[in-house]
Design a binder for this molecule. Structure first.
Ligand code: KIV
Ligand code: ZN
Length: 496
């Protein structure tokens, strides 16, 4: 099986992501993680850019990582000297070769560009370092000139030639063809560096390998200039499982690496991103959840553990009873058939309202249904209304059926929850003087439409204490549900 080199540019092109800037400590933390992950080369920075960049680079180069630590330079002696001062294992030197960039970005003729490339490669090789040469904007470069400059870099001693698709304009077909054409001209190992302007960076990188590239430039989470570079995790998994190639990557560390980079860059990963997105191994529809619980391969291309993840079954309106039962059993809940029906009913009710039911929401619902909804209900809430606002005294009115008789009460409070609890107590105090001793509210998912879980403790006049829960997407309703559950528990205990 052919082994493809993974050249990681998270710390260089990745740092060119708008809004991303690493401290030297963060760079070190990522470099150490990339080394553990098993990348072959870490492009740790652009030393001529700043003193901070040089300092961070030197520290990474001195750490003794297994991976090759590579510095980026323009084909300028001053840039290369700045890189040499940082003790890299290799230098990646680049110069624009497309007509538009030579003319408007460099103001140089093709002959001047060719000479700068050759001189720089020789200078790097004279210092005994590995040299990777990039003709920048290669994919928009006149093919004849591209072949000439690649050949010249090879003759000057370049160890690798990297072909950047700088503005991401290639298709998989054109990338494969270009690499094949260049392979016919140079013997030096070829590499590809694809940008994601059309969302094709990963496909183009894989096509480059099919064409004969021995190395791929990637960045964790697809970070990089503009729309980013080819994502490390997607390229690696594609190489391993679709193209039958080997890399040095320990795929079990892919998810952890992605999380680390997301945390340090502050760039949140889209939930539906392949491999590392939160939904990449989440199943919701009844057909899928049933399928994967019977045989994971029914609806998964590979097992989530391969990339350091876990399968998630999502409870939503499309969820099946089977999937919800499996998800609950995984968390140690074993609902009866009636309880499961009630849990599924509540989950679907939330789903119909457009809510996403997270794992935490599901468990909260299950705890409420299984632990607190007592079969025998001495007290049951049949009607409830609450008003609140500015210059309005929060007021709640409740209709409660207690021991078969209907009672109505209204109360005011400091807020709608307080008013509702007092109104309930006004009625139930006839049976049991129940006092609320503890109240805790947990918004389980973050958003303002989260399912709220209310956990309370109530005590009767004889000192009996019970705890109870309520879980609804409405805080007041969750509180009322918890209170009614608590009162029922106390009354049942007293009667027993
Ligand atoms: O995209 C690009 O062309 C680059 C070069 C520096 C290789 O990042
Ligand atoms: Zn780039």
């Amino acid at each position: 099986m052919e082994r493809i080199r993974i050249f990681d540019t998270t710390l260089r092109d990745g740092e060119q992501t708008p809004g991303v800037s690493f401290t030297p400590e963060e760079k070190m933390e990522i470099a150490v993680q990339l080394d553990k992950l098993g990348v072959d080369a870490i492009e740790a920075g652009f030393p001529s850019a700043s003193e901070g960049e040089q300092k961070a680079f030197k520290e990474i180069a001195a750490t003794g990582l297994h991976a090759e630590v590579c510095a980026l330079t323009r084909t300028l002696k001053s840039d290369i000297d700045a890189a040499l001062a940082c003790n890299p294992d290799s230098i990646h030197t680049f110069i624009s070769t497309s007509e538009v960039q030579m003319k408007h970005a460099l103001g140089m003729t093709p002959e001047q560009v060719l000479e700068a490339a050759v001189t720089s490669v020789q200078y790097i090789k004279d210092h005994g370092l590995i040299c990777e040469f990039s003709p920048m904007d290669a994919t928009r470069t006149d093919l004849g000139f591209l072949k000439r400059i690649c050949k010249a870099a090879e003759e000057a001693g370049a160890d690798r030639i990297n072909i950047p698709d700088t503005v991401g304009i290639m298709s998989p077909q054109s990338m494969e063809r270009l690499i094949r054409e260049l392979k016919a001209v140079v013997k030096t190992p070829l590499s590809v560096h694809c940008h994601n302007d059309f969302g094709l960076a990963v496909a183009n990188s894989l096509a480059g390998v099919v064409g004969g590239a021995a190395q791929v430039h990637v960045a964790v989470n697809g970070l990089g200039e503009r729309a980013g570079n080819a994502s490390l995790e997607e390229v690696v998994m594609g190489l391993h499982l679709i193209y039958g190639k080997k890399t040095g990557i320990n795929t079990k560390l892919l998810y952890g690496t992605s999380r680390l980079v997301s945390r340090l860059t502050g760039i949140v990963i889209q939930p539906n991103k392949a491999i590392v997105g939160e939904n990449a191994f989440a199943h919701e529809s009844g057909i899928h959840t049933r399928g994967v619980t019977v045989e994971p391969l029914t609806f998964e291309p590979f097992s989530p553990e391969v990339v350091g993840r876990r399968r998630r079954l999502i409870a939503g309106k499309l969820a099946g009873k089977h999937g919800i039962r499996v998800e609950l059993e995984d968390s140690g809940f074993h609902p009866s058939e009636a309880q499961l029906n009630e849990i599924v009913r509540r989950v679907k009710e939330l789903g119909d309202k457009g809510k996403t039911v997270t794992d935490a929401d599901l468990l909260a619902i299950a705890r409420t249904v299984m632990g607190e909804v007592v079969e025998e209900k001495i007290v049951d809430l049949t009607d409830f209304a609450v008003t609140t606002g500015i210059r309005v005294i929060p007021t709640a009115s409740v209709k409660i059926v207690m021991d078969g008789k209907e009672y109505v009460a209204a109360e005011t409070g400091v807020g709608p929850v307080d008013a509702a609890i007092k109104a309930i107590q006004k009625i139930t105090n006839q049976l049991a003087n129940v006092r609320l001793t503890e109240y805790r509210l947990e918004a389980l998912t973050g958003g303002s439409d989260a399912v709220a879980e209310v956990i309370i403790k109530v005590e009767d006049k004889d000192g009996n204490i019970v705890s109870a829960r309520g879980a609804r997407e409405d805080i007041v309703m969750a509180s009322v549900e918890a209170m009614i559950n608590g009162i029922n528990k106390l009354l049942i205990r007293r009667r027993k």
